[in-house]
Design a protein around this ligand. Structure first.
Ligand code: PLP
Length: 425
């Protein structure tokens, strides 16, 4: 294959005719496919079904004598704390177990800062301006939270090692209005990027102008490897922050949404004791305690963290062929054309794809016309605005491998067509 950019206008026009004919042929099939949903498929959900049976012996008393049927235990039963602290890599004493969603915990964390500040600081709602740094492309629901509270979002470009740390260091040290940064440090949504050790250390050593600045470390994909032999690892940020003399600067979030059942898993926050004490004050007003039966169910199902890791291998076996099917198609059809770039992550739920500037919206629209739903272009940026109009999130986990191949055929055809039009403009 030759790069489109090396071809003559006549050659490109000839190829365009062929690609347009292919597009019409695929569109005529009237397919209905979806590569937008970052959620587990049914086969993945099935492997957790055993969890439903873990409480059928009616022994619902936890290890520390807690009757999990009744009120009590604000911050989670010890069994769940042990499991999730191993997952998120923190001491058992540095974790609070929440309910069914980590996004909910993140929302709460921002909402509490708006109304009550952070460990004694001025409530953000009383300030003229509050800003968040947003590594881009990133997770749309993070951006939705900060947008909802009227927090100004500043784009930080992602590199292969994580966010552009020169920019992060510079901005947080100068601007007291910057109160946080959204991070998905491992197998990021949507690029599948894992932060390098240097990036984590630079985060831990930040010197923010705002005393209530926090790193929102959403480790949603911490154990979600695709391969056994090449897995990404990150430095543990809580410990790094402590070493750097910034023990209170980070909130870590995680959940079992993509380990057991999304929406019916358990979530957690991990932070310094001072942060957790402050959070618990609010929590004790908000709830008498979260769902301990679900916590017990998770703990009994996995036994221990090794059980959880074994379980994640089953997930990997199910979704790896799907990632490979997409990557194979992208390599084969677009490999040398010089019109797109994409990531090959070792884990997580997404492949990040970049078209030539100014093409993503058109590609997504053409896919839709031909029956393939993609995540809306721009969704991976604050305010839905991708300044380059180039990023598209591919979510391979939910469709069957056969459906994925069909959807990818349409996708690559659209990428070719829109790129040809751009070059020929
Ligand atoms: N964080 C990231 C980075 C995600 O990609 C997702 C779901 O896609 C979530 C959080 C949602 O997690 P939860 O189901 O625990 O609310």
């Amino acid at each position: 294959m030759m790069s489109y950019k090396e071809m003559t206008k006549e050659e490109l026009q000839e190829i365009r005719k062929e690609v347009a004919a292919k597009y019409d042929e695929l569109k005529a099939k009237g397919l209905k496919l979806d590569m937008s949903r970052g959620k587990p498929n049914t086969e993945q959900l099935d492997i957790s079904m055993g969890m439903i049976d873990t409480l059928t012996d009616y022994n619902l008393v936890g290890e520390q004598g807690v009757d999990c049927r009744n009120y009590g235990v604000l911050d989670g039963i010890i069994e769940a704390k042990r499991l999730l602290s191993a997952m998120i890599e923190c001491p058992v004493d540095n974790i609070i177990i929440y309910g069914n969603s980590s996004l909910n915990v993140m929302y709460d964390t921002v909402a509490r800062s708006m109304t009550h500040g952070v460990m004694g600081s001025t409530p953000w709602a009383k300030l003229d301006k509050v800003k968040f740094l947003c590594p881009v492309p990133g997770y749309d629901r993070h951006f939705a939270i900060t947008e909802f509270f009227g927090i100004e979002m500043i784009n930080i470009p992602m590199t292969e090692d994580g966010p552009d740390m020169d920019m992060v260091e510079d901005l947080v040290s100068k601007d007291e209005a910057i109160k946080g940064i959204w991070c998905v440090p491992k197998y990021s949504n949507p690029m599948g990027i894992t932060y390098s050790d240097e990036t984590v250390r630079r985060f831990a050593n930040l010197k923010p102008a705002a005393e209530d600045f926090r790193i929102y470390w959403d480790n949603a994909y911490c154990i979600h490897h695709l391969y056994e032999d090449h897995q990404d690892h990150i430095l543990e940020i809580l410990e790094e922050c402590e070493k750097a003399g910034n023990p209170d600067m980070v909130f870590k979030f995680c959940s079992t949404s993509k380990v057991t059942f999304p929406g019916s898993g358990i979530a957690a926050i991990s932070a310094s004791k001072a942060n957790l004490d402050f959070i618990k004050k609010q929590m004790s007003v908000q709830t008498i305690g979260h769902d301990k039966l679900n916590q017990l169910r998770h703990a009994r199902f996995f036994g221990d963290f090794n059980g959880m890791l074994e379980h994640m291998k089953k997930h990997a076996d199910i979704i790896r062929p799907k990632f490979e099917a997409v990557l194979e198609m992208l390599d084969k059809e677009l490999g040398d054309l010089g019109i797109a770039k994409w990531t090959k992550p070792n884990g997580g739920y997404f492949i990040g794809f970049d078209t030539m500037d100014g093409c993503a919206k058109k590609v997504v629209a053409m896919c839709k016309e031909a029956g393939v739903v993609m995540t809306p272009a721009g969704a991976t940026y604050p305010y839905g605005k991708d300044p380059h109009d180039s990023n598209i999130r591919i979510a391979p986990t939910f469709p069957s491998t056969e459906e994925l191949k069909q959807a990818c055929e349409i996708f690559v055809t659209c990428v070719k067509l829109v790129s040809l039009d751009k070059i020929l403009e």
